[in-house]
Design a protein around this ligand. Structure first.
Ligand SMILES: Nc1ncnc2c1ncn2[C@@H]1O[C@H](COP(=O)(O)OP(=O)(O)OP(=O)(O)O)[C@@H](O)[C@H]1O
Ligand SMILES: [K+]
Ligand SMILES: [Mg+2]
Length: 676
């Protein structure tokens, strides 16, 4: 998959694109693109006039008509080629996915026993057992056990990942392979609705719908086409009245030069290529609309732990409070972490080992493990002798102790603040109503974060860091990373509140998430990027999934979205500016053809009226393939505010759009004139 995704345009893709350019000539297909459909109708009329010159009265030579016909046909083929090429890579990818989607046999749980059935017979809710070496037969959730799974068929990443029941890492994808241990999986999708099925449909573009932006632009282009159509059609009777002879092929050439064929021909290729760029990046966008929304984002909400920081918060020190001693603190810290499978919990036991500290794990026997929850911010164990052990956020543990009538050590706050102001996370450890001390969890800001946030600021995007951590730690990390705002001690529901608040101000909001409790916020956000390692709920609520599960990727996705919007804007500007320039080449030529005295209008000093028309038409055709690389790659992109970008682009593509055709047409005219 990965190698395939990275592969550039191969010979196969080019060959198929050439073939598709002809297939797409089908008027029913063409009709969806009104600008090019008008060109197609014009092409057919010129063809008819070439074959049956008698019916249309006198006119230009058959040679001229044939040439016009050929150039128009190429204009259509070039536009089709652009679209076919953009679709090509996705189709190739879909083919390789389809190959990987072979039928798998599944061990389905039936009446307590196991029955071998083909994966196609599995329905939502069925339970299967998958053992070492076997393929997971469908998308689902692990309900029992733990296994490492090779997901390279989907993510391209060869290192296996751990999947386990409960928590945020229980979702598995059909077509991936269990490399160790055994798991019981509840199937979550009916056949045909799996992740791979959706992925195939996405990369194939089968479900590609025009985005609201595209529809708006299409309406504008269609209106322009209609206006020019009316202008050109009314030109004929006026000319006749003035006794000026204007031939239909000349009028059709004029029309095709004036209507926005450049952007009309490249528009869908730009959209497809934008989505493709996101896919190359190992992010699956559920719609083109999501990619475009990414380009319009005003506010970005980011988690602290794991997104801005590395996220492997490691216990690095024990700090006893009051008159407590290190050994006792360490022991209870360890006991509270015995069954805590979070990285934080495991790191406490590792620190004990590293420091050579001992603890008696038999104390915990028959105890009830209290799992860490974002709501309580604590984890621990209720011992069989009635004692309760907790570790967690200082504030939460303080309140817990106070609620049992305990006193808070006088140096707790100061010592906690010292850790927090260094950017660390202090965890307090308590047994019943007694606080023993603190665990220092260290985390580091990822390198390069400051620069990335600086870029976002230049783009005019506000960043808000959300964290369950205390305000002091949050402030330190926020300052170090350079985010604009932060929300500390935030609960999952706070995220959705921030999103709603920003949206109420008319802002578009992006966020990343992986947990089930992130799902509502992911659904509410305009761009929700879920991690592939996350829960099914999160992936279904989001409109994008990152196969590499790198939450900071949202920053790049926004850049790709911006680039897509910019590319479309730039090429639209260029196209319309082009048409203006062609106007000055073709109108004088047309009238000189009818009234030779009007030669004075020939400001471009073009060879002859006929060569002027043909040159403009040739330019109009070849500019499409010349711009295909730009449409596919996207215009060069520098982070700056939308206003500055607009000015810069108007200058480059507007001014360039007027100058380039003058030079191009003149050059072609020199060659054409030599030839006719
Ligand atoms: N395993 C754990 N046991 C006890 N307390 C924990 C544990 N992990 C984290 N905490 C405490 O709970 C707080 C909230 O943790 P949570 O994972 O919800 O948020 P966070 O990771 O700090 O923020 P975010 O992931 O949103 O950036 C932490 O700041 C820490 O004080
Ligand atoms: K045109
Ligand atoms: Mg967290």
């Amino acid at each position: 998959m990965q190698t395939n995704r990275k592969k550039s345009l191969s010979g196969d893709i080019l060959r198929n694109a050439v073939k598709d350019s002809f297939v797409k000539l089908n008027p029913m297909t063409m009709m969806k693109n009104p600008v090019m459909f008008v060109v197609e109708v014009g092409t057919l009329i010129v063809l008819l006039m070439t074959i049956f010159p008698g019916y249309f009265g006198t006119g230009q030579s058959t040679g001229f008509n044939v040439t016009v016909f050929a150039i128009l046909l190429f204009t259509l083929l070039f536009a089709n080629f652009a679209e076919a090429l953009a679709e090509g890579r996705g189709k190739a990818q879909a083919d390789s996915l389809k190959k990987s989607k072979k039928e798998i046999s599944a061990n389905k749980v039936v009446n307590g026993g196991l029955k071998l059935v083909p994966s196609t017979e599995l329905r939502k809710g069925d339970i299967v057992v998958v053992s070492q070496g076997e393929m997971i037969p469908g998308d689902g959730e692990v309900i029992e056990g733990l296994a490492s799974v090779d997901e390279s068929a989907i993510t391209g990443e060869s290192a296996p990942v751990i999947k386990e029941a409960g928590g945020d890492f229980n979702s598995v994808t059909g077509g991936t392979r269990v490399v160790s241990d055994k798991i019981k999986v509840r199937i979550t999708n009916d056949p045909g609705e799996s992740f791979i099925d959706r992925m195939i449909a996405l990369v194939e573009g089968a479900k590609r719908q025009k985005t609201p932006n595209e529809i708006a632009l299409n309406t504008l282009l269609t209106s322009l086409t209609l206006i020019f159509l009316i202008v050109v059609v009314t030109l004929a009777p006026i000319a006749k009245y003035l006794d000026i002879q204007l031939d239909i092929p000349v009028l059709i050439s004029l029309l095709v030069c004036l209507i926005p064929t450049t952007i009309g021909g490249l528009l869908s290729a730009i959209g497809i290529a934008g989505m493709d760029r996101v896919t190359q990046f190992n992010v699956l966008a559920m719609s083109g609309k999501a990619v475009e929304a990414a380009g319009d984002i005003n506010t970005m909400i980011l988690d602290k732990t794991g997104t801005i920081t590395f996220g492997n918060r490691m216990a690095s020190e024990f700090t006893p409070v009051d008159s407590e001693n290190m050994a006792v603190l360490g022991e209870w810290a360890a006991i509270s972490s015995l069954k805590d499978e979070t990285p934080e919990g495991r790191s406490v036991l590792e620190l004990m080992k590293k420091q050579g500290m001992a603890y008696d794990s038999s104390i915990a026997e028959d105890g009830v493990f209290i799992e860490f929850k974002a709501e309580t911010r604590m984890s621990g164990i209720d011992l069989s002798d009635g004692r309760k052990v907790r570790k967690g956020a200082v504030d939460s543990v303080r309140k817990w102790v106070e609620s049992q009538g305990g006193a808070v050590p006088s140096d707790l706050e100061l010592k906690g603040n010292t850790i927090a102001s260094e950017g660390g996370t202090p965890l307090a450890v308590a047994v019943d109503n007694h606080i023993l001390g603190l665990i220092y969890l260290k985390d580091t800001v990822k390198p390069g974060m400051k620069e990335r946030f600086e870029q976002l600021r230049r783009m005019g995007i506000k960043t808000i860091m959300c964290t369950g951590d205390n305000p002091l730690t949050a402030a330190t990390i926020a300052r170090e990373a350079g985010v604009d705002e932060f929300i500390a001690e935030s609960k999952p529901e706070d995220k959705i509140a921030v999103i709603r608040k920003e949206q109420a101000e008319g802002k578009l909001v992006a966020m990343t998430g992986d947990g089930t409790n992130d799902a509502p916020a992911l659904a509410q956000a305009d761009v929700g990027l879920a991690m592939n390692s996350g829960t099914t709920a999160a992936k279904e609520a989001a409109n994008m999934v990152d196969l590499d599960s790198d939450p900071s990727k949202i920053i790049e996705v926004v850049a790709i979205g911006k680039q897509l919007l910019m590319t479309r804007g730039a090429l639209t500007t260029f196209s319309i500016a082009n048409d203006v320039a062609k106007y000055f080449a073709i109108i004088p030529a047309m009238f000189t053809l009818a009234i030779p005295q009007m030669e004075a209008l020939n400001i471009m000093r073009l060879g002859s009226p006929l060569s002027a028309i043909l040159s403009a038409l040739v330019f109009n055709a070849i500019i499409i393939p010349l711009l295909i690389p730009l449409a596919m790659r996207g215009v060069g992109y520098k982070p700056m505010s939308s206003n500055k970008l607009l000015q810069r682009n108007l200058f480059i593509y507007g001014f360039g759009g007027i100058v380039v055709p003058f030079l191009g047409i003149k050059l072609i005219d020199l060659m054409v004139h030599l030839w006719i």
